[in-house]
Design a protein around this ligand. Structure first.
Ligand code: FE2
Length: 670
């Protein structure tokens, strides 16, 4: 009898606390039978971080083609559970063929994890009965493990995990086990830095004193904001290149509820020009905050704050600066709701801008950050975990883009939306925040998530100095090209798409749980062509990487509270000429709340030590050379773009660096 020898190269993950002590067992399952359950009997040193060791599994007969690798773990002596992070196993057959079995997950005691290896397979391509059965079971298990939860029937659904500790070893991805403690530690550290200011109900007696908050941490941009926040051109700049580049639109006709007259704005236009002419030239833009109209403001202990829902008109002047030229703070025009102008007394105009920025911050956090990136990312992640088995080509492509997303959203719901959390003390309050999200959800369109369509729909194709658009569109094209090459490789014809029932179920779940079955959203409920898949996957990767970076990464830079406060304590003036700097100090949050807002912005931009930048796939999931080559090409294009952006930024007074590929993460992690 000849012995068949299988060589195994087992790689442990590049994370801390990988789990060195427990016994590990492997069984190889082949087309002709299975090997004995074999203990990987080396010393614990074998399973240290980032090591690869070779083992031999002997079988008294040839196993044929190796289909599955079963991995198990048993206790070592009486030591407590020591989960193991297994990265991958490469099996070499007696004939010398290598097959990659990606794992990239924690394995718990008593778990029986069966790894699929080899090239990516769609369901209808499976031929072996054992694998067909394995695939079916895997999906059944996933659907029982990852459940949809409906917290609010008008908002995107989310994963059912209420706490990180409930999460499966599998989705804790490569993040180290101690990550769940990280937030608690960070909050404590931040509070220590702010000692004496946390919870203080003292009032600021001078805006300059707020700089005390920034003694421990500042960025070039946070300093710039604190110096320039009063300036009109910087106010306009933020609507293009700040944290919320998502709201302004070209204006070719004034809304009927915004009765700006030629006379009012004439002094701010180029000599001899009129509003009508400038509109025709495409130089007039509008920010309309109507989504906030009628949102109930925060009420606590009998005190209530005031929500405004403003309209702000901008002029792109001949120096290519976007200047605010008229502001009305409530939707309905009236005598008590004057249109403020740059020629008004300085503090009146500054107050008007303050209310617009404050509401912009709230809308931005609720809609453009939380809902359109975090919540959507979670929908994409849960649908992928439920509907696509690990051997599916699109699982391999997408799963790196959901790393840590379920954790951060679960933690985020606790720390942002909990009692006394930052939104709880904001003007909008938790209830108002949810209401804004519901309104935005009911109007959310698939098209608005596709950046080229979004820019065109808002008429912003040619507005100058719009770096979010310039960088975003280049990134969109690079991602789209990469996705196209991968999708067309696995789906050479449209019939492949139609036959892939797992993929069809995936998009149906997204349509149902993310877009709440709203056909008017334009989100596909099924796929008919490969091109539709290319576009959708582009949206997924773009949203969780580029779009999230654009709205997330500048939060601390822009956390200078007077520039955009989540809380303003008094209603805006109803008549002009009554305000002074004291009025402004009176509406700004107290010391404790100011600290809370800055600390949260810090928390939300603090990076992990193991950041994975866009296009970097440290996990080897594809076994075929073609997708590996496509990934390399993707990376090369991103690297060229990084250089291009760095060069451009070098020439700019205020650089726009949020969309440099080097700082964009592959997934929503923060
Ligand atoms: Fe975020």
């Amino acid at each position: 009898m000849t012995m068949a020898e299988y060589k195994l190269k087992v790689t442990t993950g590049s994370v801390q606390y990988v789990g060195k002590m427990d016994y590990k067992y492997i069984t190889l399952i082949g087309t002709e039978g299975q090997s004995e359950r074999t203990k990987l009997d080396n010393f614990w040193i074998d399973f240290q971080t980032r090591t690869t060791r070779t083992y031999t599994i002997k079988s008294s007969f040839s196993l044929g083609k190796v289909l599955l690798v079963r991995v198990e773990k048993d206790p070592f002596l009486f030591l407590p559970e020591d989960e193991w992070y297994c990265a991958k196993i490469v099996v070499t057959t007696p004939e010398g063929d290598d097959t990659l079995f990606p794992c990239y997950r924690w394995i718990k005691r008593g778990e029986e994890v069966e790894l699929r290896g080899g090239k990516a397979m769609k369901g209808f391509e499976e031929e072996h009965a054992l694998l067909i059965e394995h695939r079916k079971k895997e999906l059944e298990l996933r659907k029982n493990t990852y459940l949809w939860a409906v917290n609010d029937d008008k908002l995107p659904h989310n994963s059912h995990f209420k706490d990180v500790s409930e999460m499966q070893a599998e989705v804790r991805c490569s993040a180290s086990k101690s990550d769940e403690l990280r937030y608690g530690r960070l909050i404590m550290a931040i509070e220590l830095k702010f000692k004496g200011m946390v919870g203080s109900s003292e009032r600021w007696d001078d805006i300059e004193n707020m700089k005390r908050i920034f003694w421990f941490k500042k960025t070039e941009m946070s300093e710039y904001v604190s110096e320039h926040w009063k300036e009109d051109d910087f106010f306009g700049f933020q609507f293009l290149n700040g944290v919320n580049p998502n709201v302004i639109e070209r204006c070719s006709k004034l809304p009927p509820n915004f009765p700006v007259t030629e006379e009012m704005v004439k002094p701010f236009l180029r000599d001899g020009s009129t509003l009508k002419t400038e509109m025709e030239k495409g130089n007039i833009f509008l920010c309309d905050q109507k989504i906030m109209d009628g949102i109930p403001a925060w009420t606590k202990d009998g005190n209530s704050l005031h929500m405004t829902a403003g309209l702000c008109l901008f002029y792109m002047n001949p120096e290519s600066k976007l200047m605010p030229i008229a502001i009305q703070l409530y939707q309905q025009p009236s005598e008590q709701n004057p249109i403020f102008l740059p020629s008004d007394p300085e503090t009146d105009w500054l107050l008007a801008k303050l209310y617009v920025r404050s509401v912009d911050m709230m809308e931005y956090e609720a809609v453009h950050h939380l809902m359109n990136t975090h919540y959507l990312a979670e929908v994409f992640a849960v649908a992928t975990l439920r509907c696509l088995p690990v051997i599916h080509p699109l699982y391999k492509l997408l799963i790196p883009h959901f790393r840590y997303t379920l954790q951060i959203n679960t933690i985020g719901r606790q720390i942002l939306l909990g009692p006394d959390a930052v939104f709880d003390v904001s003007t909008i309050g938790i209830e108002g925040l949810k209401e804004v999200m519901r309104r935005a959800q009911s109007k959310m369109t698939y098209s608005s998530l596709c950046l080229p369509e979004n820019i065109t729909a808002r008429g912003l194709e040619s507005i100058p100095n719009f770096y979010y658009r310039d960088d975003g569109l280049k990134l969109w094209n690079i991602i789209n090209g990469f996705v196209r090459s991968v999708v067309e490789y696995y789906y050479p014809s449209d019939s492949d798409v139609r036959e892939d029932t797992e993929l069809q179920e995936w998009i149906t779940e997204i349509f149902t749980h993310g877009f709440l079955g709203n056909k008017l959203s334009g989100c596909p409920a099924c796929f008919n062509t490969a091109q539709e898949v290319v576009k959708f996957i582009t949206v997924v990767i773009f949203t969780v990487s580029v779009q999230h970076a654009a709205v997330n990464n500048g939060q601390f830079d822009y956390s200078w509270v007077p520039n955009g406060s989540l809380q303003l304590l008094k209603p805006p003036p109803t008549t002009k000429g009554q305000s002074n700097m004291k009025t402004i100090l009176d509406i700004l949050p107290n010391v404790g709340h100011t600290v809370k807002f800055v600390a949260t912005a810090w928390l939300l931009t603090d990076k992990y030590t193991d950041v994975v930048p866009l296009g970097t796939y440290p996990e080897e999931r594809f076994d075929e050379p073609d997708p590996k080559r496509m990934i390399k090409e993707f990376q090369a294009e991103l690297s060229y773009l990084s250089e291009e952006i760095a060069e451009r930024n070098h020439q700019l007074k205020v650089p726009y660096s949020y969309l440099s590929p080097t700082v964009i993460e592959n997934s929503v992690t923060i």
